[in-house]
Every structure is written in structure tokens, then in C-alpha cells.
Design a binder for this molecule. Structure first.
Ligand code: ME8
Length: 623
């Protein structure tokens, strides 16, 4: 049989792309499955619909077989992980943001990184993983000390106030971090000192003297050859540090081990271009790293030498393990450290990749601890192609964005506008276009018109699909139910967050023409059974799509699932498939719009602003 003919008959074409010996095995497996199983397969499409089984068997068993392929590949993939320093006791999934300096209030860049981690954390939780999501604030160092002095406050009072802005942002943006760490906490300081002692005991720290360039803004040392026109390569001012006593970490000894580590763990640094940059930096030669200062006091004291405070990056990087209770006492049940370390993913901006991909694994390996599994460095947001900075007056305040446009539109825009890893330029125009095109015109529209039609013509209940499925129906359902298999590797393995939202959009954008072509408004007059089937397929496909939109636009996706009467206990990704399909006859709430169009507040006004917009935005804001 030709593939085309097979398609017409509704066979899954993926099946025919397997080698023939494999197809034989599958057919034998299928033939040996009991009739009870086949009955169950029909129930996957329309659960509780025993009466439909004889008529729907061919299509539903097809979907059932497909599902078995999926579940096999998922469980295999879930157990195979790229795991530098793999810890066999580890059960959880650990994702972190950088901890942010508290020299100023948060801007769009900080919101962006934490949002990306929030989407990943929500995704992994819905996918059944035991997740720990960490964010927090980096409160020591010269930069913070200087900002406090400028504000006329003691460093502690200053950091308490500014850190609170980051916590408030997390509330406003509905971030689901499990912990918010502050480096001024006593337990964190104790952990940093413990790591120092561990490194010292292993012979990796020595006392010397530092002389050279330092940038307070970057909290980084630079060599003469790295300077560009007398400034740091980042454009930050540098100051000459007059020879002062300093402890050093023997970073030079880690050049070869690091290169070997990168070679053995090709997924450790992403994206690929950044990985290459790090490798060539390390190949260029590593110098020992000054890890203490004596000319200011706002830091963690060096154990047994409190003339020195520790280099703020050594202090800050340790947050990823201090937050898990390092150095914990051994217990019988797994401690947070045992459950979650090594981290599955550190998400950082490209500006701080070197600290995470070079210094951090070197510190850990020297202390005999496992390095993290992966570091993803995302790109930079600019405004009108210029760096965002207070002095240029072009800072974008994420709280204001949420107030102007609503939370979910803001989350959606930030996660889908720019390929994750690339730089992006912010504009209200791009915001309005993207959100209106995809959320209002495509997703919102398909929901609204299918549910409004059902409310009018099916007594406001999930319709009963009483006619056999056509090829178009099967294709629509398969696209929606196959989504999880498409997006899981994009989020979990590649952090291609823009491709994740693109994949969801593709299915929605397939749903609108499906609905148009099937034209239930015509079927209402000619074939009511077929009309009900088309409506059922549409809302059942939308159910899978809405489940998968949850990490990106949580409040709106939850509203969509409410409109489909999906019970709260059936909203995990395990429910995306036919097992949890909508039950015909379930009463549906009165349909209402979920995605009002957004407007550019800076655009010239040509009429009244939509009051619906204001209403929606209020609803999606955090309490
Ligand atoms: O570097 N675009 O803190 P930080 C995108 N405390 N992301 C941006 C951005 C922009 N324009 N501006 C900032 C520190 N970010 C250290 C980290 S971690 C152990 C210590 C984001 O307040 C991005 O994630 O300067 C960047 O890496 C981070 O904020 C820098 O935050």
C-alpha cells in the first residue's frame, strides 16, 4: 500500500516510516493485545463513551497504539540525563537564577531571567518532576557598599530595602520560586566559610598580594590586555588596585581539568556559540584568582583572618549550594542537598557566563563537589538598540509593563519574542503586535468561537461525538496530543523557550482553519452528528493545548481550562493525552473572552480604551 493511501485510511504515517522488521513486531504486539485493551483505547478518545466504541474503533485504536510509542520514548528519555558529577541519590530537578545585586531596583533584564526559570520550573512540575527553583539577592561587595553610602544608609538597612523590591517583583510576576536566598543570611555566610575551609584544607588557597585592574560595576578583575580604551570590555570603569594582601585560588591548576570536563560534557554550556567562547577563554590560559580584599568590609570574613573579606563572586556562587543546606549533616532521609545537587540548570545572562562556567566548576571540583549539569546563558535586552541603563534613562520597569499590559501578555511577550539565547530589542509596538496576533487573534479567537457555538447549539455541554472521526479530526487530535513529546525536549533539554511557544501556536493556528473548513454552522443545518464531532474535536484539542500553555501564561491557561470544565486534578501533563479527554455531556460555564486586545499606551489615541482590557489586567495581577 502506498503511504498516501495509508494516510487516507487514517493509518499513522509515522508507523510506516519505521523499518519493516519493527513494524512486524508492533503488529504482533498489537494483535496480541486483548479486546478489553482495544475497548479501553476507544475510551481514551471519548472516555465514558462505551456506546461509541464499535463505530470509533479503527481510529481510536490507532491513537492508542501511537500513545504506547510515546510513553515508551518518554520514560526512556526521562531516565537518561547528561549528568556531570552524577549523583545517584538525586531525585529532584533544580533550576536557579543568578542572585541579583541589590544596588538598584529590578528591571526587565532581571525579570526576564527569573521568568525563564519560572516557566521551566512550572513545566517540569507539571511534567511530574520534584522541582526546586531558587532565586535571590547578592548583597555583599564594593558595588552594594558604595550604593548604600550614596543613599546615606547603612549597608544592612539598604540591602534589606532593595532586596524587598526583588521579592515584590516575584509576587507581581507570580514566580513560583521555592526559596529566595539572601547572601547576608547567617546560614549562607557559614556555608561560604565552610567551602573556603574545604578549599584551604585541600591546598587550593594561598596568601599573596594583588595588584591590577578592578571594575566595581562588574565586580571583576581585568588584565591590561583585556581593557578597551581604558575601560573593561563591558564598558565599565576600572580602577587600579594598589598592591594589597590577598588570598588566591589556584585557578591556573584547573585549566586542563576544565577543558577535559567541557569535552566530556558537551551540553554543559549552552548555547553552542557561548560554549566556544568559554573554551577559547580557558585555552588562552587561566591565572590564579584573587579571592579576598582588605580595602573594604562589606563581605563575608575570611575564616581566621578577618582583615580580609571574601571576593563577592566566591560568596555569591556558593548560594546555589548554601540554599540546599550545604554543608549539611548526614541524615537518613535524603537532605535537600542530596535531592537536588548537582543543579540541573543555572540560567544566567551572557554577561556572567565566565563566572559560572569557569570559576564555579573549578571551585566545586577543587572542593571535591559535583559541578552543575548545565549552564544556559541567555542574551541581552536593549531599548532602541541601546544598552538599558539608568544613566541613559531607558530602563524598562517590569512592574509598569504588568500594570500597562497585564501579567500574562508580559510573560508571553518576553518568552516568545526573542529566541532564548539571542539578544532582543524591546518596543511597545512589537509587544502589542505579538500579543494581539497570537493570544487574541488565534488562541482567544478559537476558544471564543468554538465555546460560544457550543453554548448556543449544544445546550452548553461538552458535545457528544456521535459520528466517526475523519482524517482531519484524527490529524487535529494527533497534533494536539503529540505536543508534549515535541515541547518536552525543547524545554527540558534545550531551553528553546521560543520554540516551545511556537510549537503551541502551530497547533492553535492549525485549529482555526480546521474549524473554518469543517464549518459547524453549515453542519448544524445538514448533519448535527458531524457538527457535534467537529466541536468535540476542537475543544478536546484546545484542552491539550491549554494544559501546555500553563507554564507560559498561568492565569489565562487556568481560565481556559475552567471554561472547558477541566477538573483541577486533571491539569498535569500526564493528562494531555486521550486518558483525560473531555467527557461528553459535562456542563460548561458561560463562555467569556480571556485575551482582550492590548493597546500601546504611547500610541496616539483614536478612540476610547477598551474597558475589558483594564478588567482583564486587574484579574491577572498578583494579590
Ligand atoms: O551579575 N537583558 O547580578 P546583576 C537580559 N550578582 N538580562 C539582563 C539584563 C538585560 N539587559 N540586565 C540584567 C550579578 N540581566 C551577580 C550574579 S550569581 C551567583 C551573581 C540579568 O544584578 C541577567 O540574568 O548584575 C544577568 O546575568 C543578571 O541580570 C545580572 O544581574
Amino acid at each position: 500500500m502506498h503511504v498516501r493511501r495509508r494516510q487516507q485510511l487514517g493509518y499513522p504515517t509515522t508507523f510506516w516510516s519505521f523499518p519493516s522488521f519493527f513494524r512486524v513486531i508492533v503488529v504482533v504486539m498489537y494483535a496480541s493485545s486483548t479486546s478489553a485493551l482495544r475497548r479501553k483505547s476507544a475510551a481514551f478518545v471519548f472516555p465514558g463513551a462505551r456506546g461509541y466504541i464499535p463505530r470509533l474503533r479503527s481510529h481510536s485504536s490507532l491513537l492508542f497504539n501511537e500513545r504506547r510509542f510515546f510513553s515508551t520514548s518518554v520514560s526512556a528519555a526521562a531516565t537518561v540525563k547528561d549528568s556531570p558529577g552524577s549523583n545517584s541519590k538525586k531525585t529532584g530537578y533544580y533550576v536557579t537564577t543568578p542572585i541579583y545585586y541589590v544596588n538598584d531596583k529590578p528591571h526587565i533584564g532581571h525579570a526576564y531571567t527569573t521568568l525563564a526559570c519560572d516557566v521551566i520550573a512550572r513545566f517540569m512540575r507539571l511534567d511530574g518532576r520534584d522541582v526546586f527553583f531558587l532565586t535571590g539577592t547578592d548583597e555583599h561587595g564594593q558595588k552594594v557598599e558604595q550604593s548604600a553610602a550614596k543613599a546615606g544608609k547603612s549597608p544592612q538597612t539598604f540591602v534589606d530595602e532593595v532586596s524587598q523590591n526583588f521579592r515584590s517583583l516575584a509576587k507581581i510576576m507570580e514566580f513560583t520560586n521555592d526559596k529566595f536566598i539572601r547572601t547576608t543570611q547567617a546560614d549562607h555566610k557559614a556555608a561560604v566559610q565552610a567551602l573556603w575551609k574545604q578549599l584551604e584544607a585541600a591546598g587550593h588557597i594561598y596568601l599573596g598580594a594583588y595588584e591590577g585592574w578592578y571594575s566595581v560595576r562588574d565586580e571583576a578583575y581585568y588584565t591590561e590586555s583585556e581593557l578597551v580604551d581604558g575601560k573593561a570590555p563591558t564598558g565599565a570603569e576600572v580602577v587600579w588596585v594598589v598592591k594589597e594582601p590577598s588570598y588566591f585560588f589556584k585557578l591556573s591548576a584547573w585549566q586542563e581539568p576544565l577543558l577535559e570536563f567541557y569535552a566530556a560534557h558537551p551540553n554543559f554550556i549552552a548555547p553552542e556559540s557561548r560554549r566556544n567562547e568559554v573554551i577559547s577563554f580557558v585555552k588562552g590560559g587561566l591565572k590564579d584568582l584573587s579571592i579576598s580584599r582588605t580595602t573594604f568590609k562589606w563581605g563575608v570574613p575570611v575564616p581566621e583572618d578577618d582583615d580580609h573579606v571574601m571576593y563577592v563572586w566566591m560568596d555569591a556562587l556558593t548560594n546555589y549550594i548554601s540554599a540546599l543546606g550545604y554543608p549539611e549533616a548526614k541524615g537518613s532521609s535524603p537532605t535537600p542537598y542530596q535531592r537536588f545537587w548537582p543543579a540541573d540548570l543555572h540560567v544566567v545572562g551572557k554577561d556572567i557566563l565566565r563566572f559560572h562556567a569557569v570559576y564555579w566548576p573549578a571551585f566545586l571540583m577543587a572542593a571535591g563537589l559535583a559541578p552543575p549539569r548545565r549552564i544556559f546563558a541567555h542574551g541581552w535586552w536593549t531599548k532602541d538598540r541601546q544598552k538599558i541603563s539608568k544613566s541613559l534613562g531607558n530602563v524598562i520597569d517590569p512592574v509598569r509593563l504588568v500594570e500597562q499590559f497585564g501579567l500574562d501578555p508580559t510573560r508571553y511577550f518576553l518568552m516568545s519574542e526573542v529566541p532564548f539565547g539571542n539578544d532582543g530589542d524591546f518596543s511597545n509596538d512589537a509587544f502589542v503586535r505579538r500579543v494581539n496576533n497570537q493570544l487574541a487573534n488565534e488562541l482567544g479567537n478559537l476558544f471564543q468561537r468554538s465555546l460560544a457555538f457550543i453554548a448556543k447549539n449544544c445546550e452548553g455541554q461538552v458535545p457528544e461525538p456521535t459520528s466517526a472521526l475523519t482524517e482531519a479530526d484524527v490529524a487535529m487530535l494527533r497534533s494536539a496530543r503529540g505536543l508534549l513529546e515535541t515541547v518536552r525536549p525543547l524545554v527540558r533539554d534545550e531551553q528553546a523557550l521560543h520554540r516551545y511557544s511556537e510549537a503551541l501556536n502551530r497547533v492553535v493556528n492549525e485549529g482555526n482553519p480546521y474549524f473554518d473548513e469543517q464549518a459547524p454552522w453549515t453542519l448544524r443545518k445538514t448533519d448535527k452528528d458531524r457538527m457535534a464531532t467537529v466541536l468535540y474535536v476542537t475543544v478536546e484539542a484546545l484542552r491539550s493545548v491549554a494544559l501546555l500553555y500553563q507554564p507560559l501564561i498561568p492565569a489565562s491557561a487556568s481560565k481556559l481550562l475552567d471554561l472547558l470544565a477541566v477538573p483541577s486534578e486533571r491539569r498535569m501533563f500526564a493528562d494531555v493525552g486521550a486518558d483525560a479527554a473531555l467527557t461528553p455531556g459535562t456542563p460548561l460555564p458561560k463562555p467569556e473572552g480571556v485575551f482582550p486586545r492590548v493597546e500601546d499606551p504611547d500610541a496616539p489615541k483614536d478612540g476610547a480604551a477598551s474597558p475589558a482590557k483594564q478588567k482583564q489586567h486587574k484579574k491577572t495581577k498578583a494579590p
